[in-house]
Design a protein. Sequence first.
Length: 362
Amino acid sequence: INAEYGGSKMKSARHLILVLSVYFTCFVSAQPTFPTVFTATYNLSDGAQPWNLQGFPQFQTIFLDVPNKRARIDFTNYLHKNETNFLIFAPSGAEPDTPASVNYTLFDIHPTYPSKAPGDCLYSVISDMTLSEFPRHWISDNKYRMQVKPWMIFPDDMRYAGVYFISELGVWSDRWDSETQCNLIISRIGVVPCVSFMVSRDASKTPLMDIRAHGAPPHSFDSDHYLVRVYHQFEKIVQDSAFTLPDSWVERCGNADNGFNIWPQFATTVYTTGFDQKIIVSLTTPPIRALGGNTTVRFMPKPNSFYNCTDCVDLAGTLNFDVDDWDTPKVIQVEFTKFGCSRFLVVGVGGGYEFQYSQYHY
């Protein structure tokens, strides 16, 4: 009886160990996921190029709300100024029937460039990446636009790699590595997983650290990267107040999309006087209704050392656009009076077009 009882206990124990082993393996081996709603403060460094980020305070705070299509990053720029980026779909306050009312709009508050933006803020529907600290994988299929996406997208070959000690935080974590490896030859780091991800060992599985490696192709001018992001604070919640935009931002902030579509793009060389040419112009974004809703475009002489003829071309006409015909091409007549090289600055007045993120010359 004792032998049978002992054998039964041993068999039950083996079954229990097997069940626990299977449970533990499934629990830690599942593909990692990253929260889609969170607030976090992190520090960024590049182990392959430690000098690359020197002088740039790398602590940043991210507010991400993927389901509601909004994100915010607070950071300190290289001028040691506090700067903020927002990316919000159809932001509150956008004028009706404008690009901002039906698209993602990128905001740059206290921008580094230009240093004197209207209202100390810029916005863009085209979402120029030079205005943004958001991840590059947020660029949509249309390379000129961005959209809010998950903070990290893991490859399908992530595998549990065991327990890992994060010295910056002084804590142990569960670690996942991608089976795909990157060879960082130039930096002499060697072969490493292309993606690594560490989370807390409790039930919350709070993100603590991630690593992305990129090996430069041999004989290229590219560089190795070993980007390490350590999360010093992480909460799986975001407050609505984090996405408060400047009051009256449409008329207060500069529209970085302001510009002109001009054809032909390059001036024609003319060898005889009395030659007429047409320049076709339209606006890249509508005038702001709150600022009059009308924009007048003219060509102002802007000579330099080479294009220095100020009376070779008669280009004194103006073009008027409003909120209904801003994208309708209009024609301005050009008359060449004598041989020479001229240069003009394209200027817009009214509807917010006094601010130009990039100047247009012709």
